[in-house]
Design a protein. Sequence first.
Length: 167
Amino acid sequence: MALVGFMGSGKSTVGRILARKLGWPLLDLDRKIEAHERRRIPEIFESSGEPYFRELEGRLLEEALSGGPGRSGDRRVIACGGGVVLGERNRKLLREAATVFLREDPRVLYRRTRGSGRPLGTGSREEFERRYAGRLPYYEEVAGLVVDCDRRPPARVAGEVASWLNG
Ligand code: S3P
């Protein structure tokens, strides 16, 4: 299963709790990219550029969803980066998987991501909200379930996702 949503929506935190709850491994795509590159995301953006990052992100998403040769992408929790839905092929792969969109008020997300060091989290509020609005249809397009996080504790959100997966 895959968790998607804008930066700051709690994908990594909810993913960690959900994985523990289900007894499935957690695969955090951003961390996977950093491990692969042996450098942090801001540095990848700065030195190699966003297209390079996106290409790698797509490749590792596909790998994560297929689970490697002969194994199923099921029974693992994949926490995606916020921009994963920008790639058309990524969206197709996510539509075919059990994908959950963690939706949160962009004003909350804006406050949460200030000073977090994210390369795309440094602009003005207008820029942030424009990016959010541009991506929203993509998150909705790929998701089998939309969870309104509404500033609820991550454990509650994880519980809702787990019920949907078990249901
Ligand atoms: C990005 C979000 C980040 C990370 C990269 C780009 C984006 O992940 O993949 O900085 O384009 O929204 P989080 O959503 O985990 O912050």
